[in-house]
Design a protein around this ligand. Sequence first.
Ligand SMILES: [Zn+2]
Length: 326
Amino acid sequence: MISNTSISFNKFLQMGAINGDAELDEEEIAALKWDIPFYRQLGLLAPASPPGEIFCETCDEMASIYYSNGVAKAACPNCGIYTPPSYQISFWRVCYDPVVQALYTGLGCTEPTDLIIPKTLWKLGRCGIAGQSRLVYVARGINIPQVNDSILRLLPNNRTFLLLVFGDLPQKNVCPDFEADRVFSINSLMTLGEDGLHTDTAPIRDTLELLLKTAPPKVRGPGKNSKIGDIQIKIRDHLEAHIVGEYDRMETCERLDMPYEFKTVLQKDFTKMFNVNKVMVSRAIREDPYVRDLFKASRNFDLMCATARHLIKEENKALGRRPRAS
Ligand SMILES: [Zn+2]
């Protein structure tokens, strides 16, 4: 049976499909059947700043709001000073960070979460699922054309990542080249119980396992080089995604006037990520000139920028997109 809690929590997740901060008053929250103290405790709701002035309930004149000993008071030029009704001054902001955090923990992601577009796009790093290592992204507003454009631009160019979206799955008209087995609605992955948020990874695992069973067998590379070839591909994909992601993060920081710190990749990160030894990793990088260049670029700021610009241009060309405005 679907409880009222899960229906109302589904509405909470669904609201995440709109990007930006939704601010609701007490009546709106009551209509949604959200338990304010419980949602507050979980960090899903936070008090929003009260309005500086309200319409006086008695005479419709603007009454300014001020605080006396922590209690809100309204000062109306006609009616004088009075205590305003709480629905006029209590607003709540809907917060999705705890949902992102619960997905991160529930999926067992290991790298630190990277906020790529504030309140819109998160990179959760890699998770191990169905015997595979997948990069995971979380997005809000995927079905809003302008937002969708910036999200797609920041996702890596390989198609092996998982994208978890708030609200409905991407519509074909906004994401024409999106494969359905890589994108999941958070509504299908998360529930709210008495003890908090729960992530259920089964829908992802089942889909990936089914895909593995039905996929044609992989064409292996020649003889003993096949394994190193596999690792080279994985390192290449990771480095390309990292470089583009890093460049975009730098641009985002610059645009938002936030401090930016250049993050580099270490060879030992790959040993953990792909479960191979150090010798194998250094061989894989050394023996493929392109991977070697990518690795060098991931460790040098100027090279990183140049490489990222090149990768973005190539990707846009491949997808027939117009170049981004710089
Ligand atoms: Zn008044």
